[in-house]
Design a protein around this ligand. Structure first.
Ligand code: GDP
Ligand code: MG
Length: 434
């Protein structure tokens, strides 16, 4: 309806004042539940949101943006900053020694080969080592991948002495003039102290430059314990987030990052060895937050809505001399941002919402009606008698009832605006702005 549209226009115009606990509350609640449904650990989600909230209180709200939208942009930027802390680069040592650790099935063996392939492309001579000695199939799996990617390979199918295998592999690698050695290790479905001890001994023996935790992007609330156990025992230097080609939103990465502070270095995006790339924090932040894209809405609004126009319009609203012509201009401003449906789709919690069929069409009809009026009529709708209304309906291809409806709603709106202007106005305006 017109009232709703005008309400939308008012909302677009406000951007007055500062962020407060009250005007952020709703958006922050949505952010928290988005983080939880992305599998961010509940404590991590709560602490993260509270910290950003404290930083945001008192910040100026940009004109043309609602406080809730602004705070989501702030959250997003903070998420990008936090996830992107550190570097995706590996230690510059040569030979570069990398230890891959993680739970069973997280993607260690696959990622070992993927990393080997990537480093080969970067000019290294990689060598991969099978240290998962409990399952012959695991050794075969790595051997096949190494052959396929033409990487140096070492395994010992008899010994179960993992540190000794590590030492032997280093000697072999050196003989083969490899300058990058990646150790694939065994995992368990759950953290297993014996296994961790074994990897600790391997770590002590081969002195890796990098210890990368390989974690499934779908790892849920247990990510915190997994990360803590591996980090305490092995002093991780980075994280590889796998299976991000699936539905997982990857919230575990935020949990792990928060607990360990180590940088996220690579992302696995498929089963093939080429499906592996350096980490991009902005992509993951958008995915974890999963808010359609409020952020781009805010950016778009900042680009689109001319600050001076907005101020002028707000002034008119305050003085209650907002007429149909201004309304038309405002509607066109909103339209520049995209279709109503696409705008609604970018709002938090509303991404799934379908506008009633034809919301955009209705806006177009309203626009057509106003355009069919003369300038005088737009400024003084009270002169619109029956014959003028008929002319406008004909001119805009609408019906007289539609014209009447629009005018009725507009006059209600004007009455409300006059009330703002009067005694209780300031208070109501503040309510609208909050
Ligand atoms: P490991 O037990 O930690 O060594 O895990 P594997 O490397 O054997 O991987 C377990 C399963 O996950 C295998 O079927 C892999 O093909 C699959 N996998 C590993 N990384 C990815 C990935 O990034 N995307 C997808 N879709 N599958 C992956
Ligand atoms: Mg494996």
């Amino acid at each position: 309806s017109l009232t709703e549209k005008l309400g939308q226009a008012l909302r677009n115009l406000r951007g007055v004042g500062t962020l407060s606990e009250e005007n952020m509350a709703e958006a922050l609640k949505e952010v928290r539940s988005a983080l939880l449904s992305a599998d961010v650990h509940f404590k991590v989600a709560r602490e993260f949101v509270e910290r950003v909230q404290q930083q945001a209180v008192g910040q100026q709200v940009t004109k043309g943006i609602a406080p809730g939208q602004q705070v989501i942009k702030i959250i997003h930027d903070e998420l990008v900053r936090l996830l992107g802390e550190g570097t995706t680069a590996l230690s510059g040592e040569r030979p570069l020694k990398v230890l891959m650790v993680g739970l069973h099935g997280s993607g260690k063996t696959t990622s070992t080969a993927k990393l080997g392939k990537l480093l080969k492309k970067r000019g290294y001579r990689p060598f991969v080592v099978a240290c998962d000695v409990y399952r012959p199939a695991a050794i075969d799996q790595l051997e096949i991948l190494a052959k396929q990617e033409e990487l140096g390979f070492y395994a010992d199918r008899v010994s179960k002495d993992v540190p000794a295998i590590g030492s032997a592999a280093l000697a072999e690698a050196q003989a083969a003039t490899a300058d990058c050695i990646i150790f694939d290790t065994a995992g368990r479905l759950q953290i297993d102290q014996d296994l961790i001890e074994e990897v600790k001994r391997l770590r002590a023996r081969v002195q890796p430059d990098e210890v990368l935790l390989v974690a499934d992007g779908a790892l849920g609330q247990e990510a915190v314990n997994v990360a803590k156990a591996f980090h305490d025992a092995l002093q991780l230097t980075g994280l590889v987030l796998t299976k991000m080609d699936g539905d997982a939103r990857g919230g575990a990465a935020l949990s792990i990052k928060t607990i360990t502070g180590v940088p996220i270095k690579f992302v696995g995006t498929g089963e093939k060895t080429a499906d592996f790339e350096p980490f991009h924090p902005d992509r993951l932040a958008s995915r974890i937050l999963g808010m359609g894209d409020v952020v781009s809405l805010v950016e778009k609004a900042q680009e689109t809505i001319d600050q001076k126009d907005a101020e002028k319009m707000a002034e008119k609203l305050r003085k209650a001399d907002f007429n149909l012509e201004d309304f038309l201009a405002q509607m066109q401003q909103v339209k520049k941002m995209g279709s109503m449906q696409s705008i609604v789709g970018m709002l938090p919690g509303m991404s799934g919402m379908q506008l009633p069929e034809g919301a955009d069409k209705q806006m177009a009809r309203t626009e057509a009606i106003i355009k069919s009026m003369t300038f005088q009529e737009r400024r003084k709708p009270e002169i619109l008698n029956g014959s003028r209304r008929k002319r406008i309906a004909d001119g805009s291809g609408t019906k007289i009832v539609e014209v009447n409806q629009l005018l009725k709603q507009f006059s209600e709106m004007q009455k409300m605006m006059r009330m703002f202007k009067g005694g209780g106005g300031k208070k109501m305006m503040r309510q609208l702005e909050a």
